[in-house]
Design a protein around this ligand. Structure first.
Ligand code: NAD
Length: 363
């Protein structure tokens, strides 16, 4: 099968982890006779350095023309002082918005090899940890009007507007319920309806959509309680659906339960056009350029791309199994704290996963 993949390495550890994901995809091409054309594009701080813009129009155009987009991460202290429309993170927001990627899907699953790396007690983990966070991605606080101004008392004030429309809530609700139907059929909708009007609307629309899915067990949960329940008993969750800001924070919290933020992939999709596949973590400037980052989240994002964008479930499964096998043999990057591990670099981890892919593809 021929596919065109737009590849954005970005900043910080981005180039290191994306190199490993492309290495893995190339091994899949060899093993299965596919042809992936990689279109390497600029975005983020490195794009600003080279073009003066965080998201050059050429990058956006090429992403629109691709079958799928693979991204590392953007941002870093070097660009923190820039005006907000020039900051690297703007590239991500604009890319998500321009591609209409309203649903961000973040699977959080504990691999048995990483049980001892989780900060949770084994009594809690024994009950299971396999959930998906469905985060609304192009609405809410991150896209509302914002301003900083001097008020009537001469003091500087800042504000960000949180806006959601019925249709924005309805479409993300549909995504969550459809996903739940393919899983354990439980949806937890997370909001702050005891305080926020936007959350009260969110809850009302969720209740309308749930009527279409009588097989799904549904419950509402306040975001502060959800933050606590994720640590107290994550086994109760199957699909968590929530708005942009809450989803951003809760999915980082949930990721740590699996041992490291470097383990969790994500996919962002809209109603049509290419999806965006990226790890949930950032550009980790503190470890950039040292070849010690964990590439697994990006490699698993590539696996999600094969499964959901290219309809290649076997190839996707082989990558996931290869990752589990390598970790099961005790190999781990510096961020994963398991007993008796053999610590490997970012590139060595990519090599080990490729070796397992070759073995698994022949089996
Ligand atoms: P971060 O996720 O980059 O890093 C948080 C911590 O996790 C750091 O200690 C880092 O070393 C570690 N970490 C993250 N990914 C890792 C990996 N793959 N392997 C090993 N360790 C890993 O979050 P941050 O420090 O808050 O943000 C750094 C920059 O990234 C900021 O400029 C931020 O805006 C940006 N950011 C970008 C994205 C994105 O591109 N999608 C997402 C979040 C943050």
């Amino acid at each position: 099968m021929n596919k065109k993949i737009a590849v954005i390495s970005g900043d910080g550890i981005g180039p290191e982890i994306v190199t490993e994901a492309v290495k893995v995809l190339t091994r899949i091409e060899e093993a299965f006779g596919h042809h992936f054309e990689y279109d390497f594009l600029l975005a983020g701080g490195s794009a600003f350095d080279q073009t003066g813009l965080p998201l050059p129009s050429e990058t956006l155009q090429h992403c629109k023309e691709a079958d799928s987009v693979l991204l590392g991460a953007v941002g870093g202290p070097k660009w923190d002082g820039l005006e907000k429309h020039l900051r690297p993170e703007r590239a991500l927001l604009d890319l998500r918005s321009a591609l209409g990627l309203y649903a961000n899907i973040r699977p959080v699953k504990l691999m048995s090899a990483l049980r001892s790396a989780s900060p949770l007690k084994s009594a809690i983990l024994e009950k299971g940890l396999d959930l998906v966070v469905v985060r609304e991605l192009i609405g809410g606080l991150y896209f509302g009007e914002r301003k900083t101004y001097v008020n009537s008392k001469g003091e500087t004030e800042a504000q960000d507007l949180l806006v959601y429309s019925e249709s924005e809530i309805r479409r993300i609700a549909e995504t969550a319920f459809r996903l739940a139907m393919q899983r354990r059929k439980i949806v937890t909708s997370v909001d702050k309806a005891n305080v926020l009007d936007s959350s009260r609307l969110w809850r009302r629309i969720m209740h309308q959509v749930k009527e279409k899915y009588p097989e799904v067990k549904y419950n509402d949960m306040l975001v502060d309680n959800c933050a606590m329940q994720l640590i107290h008993d994550p086994s109760q969750f199957d699909v968590i659906v929530t708005e942009n800001l809450f989803g951003d924070i809760l999915s980082d919290e949930a990721s740590m339960l699996t041992g490291s933020i470097g383990m969790i992939p994500s996919m962002s999709t809209g109603s049509e056009g290419p999806g965006l596949y990226e790890p949930i973590h950032g550009s980790a400037p503190d470890i950039a350029g040292q070849n010690i980052a964990n590439p697994v989240a990006t490699i698993l994002s590539a696996a999600m791309m094969l499964r959901f964008a290219f309809d290649m479930p076997r190839e996707s499964q082989i990558i996931e199994t290869a990752v589990e096998k390598v970790l099961g043999k005790g190999y781990a990057t510096a961020d994963i704290h398991i007993e008796g591990k053999t610590q490997v670099s970012c590139s060595h981890m990519g090599d080990l996963i490729c070796e397992e892919i070759t073995v698994l593809a022949k089996a």
